[in-house]
Ligand binder design. Structure first.
Ligand SMILES: C[S@@+](CC[C@H](N)C(=O)[O-])C[C@H]1O[C@@H](n2cnc3c(N)ncnc32)[C@H](O)[C@@H]1O
Length: 277
């Protein structure tokens, strides 16, 4: 590997079989951008640029980590979410595209104050802070996740009030216009069906809930929200589509009105919102 034009063939030959070719190409472009600073069109325009031995070494390391199933976002310590650059490490979940859809839905609302429960990298809170004038609060049980979220808020020049709290231990919350959460919702029994990429690298406390009480976070948060939301305030959740009907029903029983389930781009019921009367 001597020149820029050799990088993509190098990734494709070393990683063939690990992922579809389109995905491997994408990893190569992301790596080129991060390590050499060339975007996709520059990669073509500067295809004859000679690579230093240091850059070759770094690209080699990336390919080795990718071949061990490590997600590219953790290798490059970076992800793009809702057009925003965020740092990520193994203490935070890699933000997913369906969460961008949740943010997009939420931003159609009018609100002055928000609480994001289980903020992780801070992706939801930061996207809301950058696209509204509301006061944004965000909570997580993990101090390490909050360090990442704090750093991301500084890098994106937004002010967010972070709190290190276990939502399951709280009996009440202050008043908010919006409470939003993408809590852990993958069943423990699902571990055997999940790819090694997720299982070996992403934080389990961000992903899994016990099969005995899969809606633990949803019921707790909804009960707190119906008491603490301002009138006409809304609760938004990202959900596991398997539990859409159940979550709808208990939100209804708790007194939420105008409850709406929303499908993601793949036609799956992955979001819900309800209004406090
Ligand atoms: C599915 S991740 C969501 C992260 C981020 N909001 C996103 O959408 O990418 C769930 C988050 O909830 C946090 N969490 C887990 N248990 C919690 C608890 N008892 N109280 C507060 N946060 C909790 C985890 O640390 C993790 O950051």
């Amino acid at each position: 590997m001597q020149k820029v034009c050799n990088i993509i063939p190098f990734f494709l030959s070393r990683l063939s079989g690990i992922a579809p070719r389109r995905e491997i190409r994408n990893w190569a472009y992301l790596s080129i951008e991060k390590i050499i600073g060339l975007n996709r069109s520059d990669t073509i325009l500067k295809s004859n640029m000679i690579l230093s031995s240091q850059i070759v070494l770094k690209l080699n390391d990336i390919v080795n980590e990718l071949s061990n199933n490590q997600p590219i976002q953790y290798i490059l310590s970076e992800v793009e979410f809702y057009g925003i650059k965020l740092k990520v490490n193994k203490n935070v979940l890699i933000p997913r595209p369906e969460t961008e859809e949740l943010v997009d839905w939420l931003l159609k609302d009018d609100f002055q104050s928000v609480l994001d429960i289980g903020t992780g990298s801070g992706c939801i809170a930061i996207a809301l802070a950058l696209n509204s004038n509301a006061i944004i609060n965000a909570m997580d049980i993990s101090k390490h996740a909050l360090m990442v979220a704090q750093k991301n808020s500084i890098n994106n020049r937004v002010k967010i009030n972070f709190q290190n709290q276990d939502i399951l231990k709280l009996n009440k919350l202050p008043k908010y216009d919006i409470i939003v959460s993408n809590p852990p919702y993958v069943l423990e029994s699902y571990k055997s069906k999940i790819s090694k990429k997720i299982l070996d690298f992403e934080p389990h406390n961000a992903l899994f809930v016990s099969d005995n009480n899969p809606l633990l976070f949803y019921t707790k948060i909804a009960k707190l929200a119906i008491k603490s939301l301002n009138n006409n305030g809304k609760l938004y959740f990202e959900i596991n589509q398997l539990f859409a009907a159940e979550i709808f029903d208990f939100m209804h029983e708790l007194g939420f009105v105008d409850i709406e389930l929303k499908k993601d781009i793949n036609g799956k019921k992955r979001m819900i919102r309800g209004t406090k009367n």
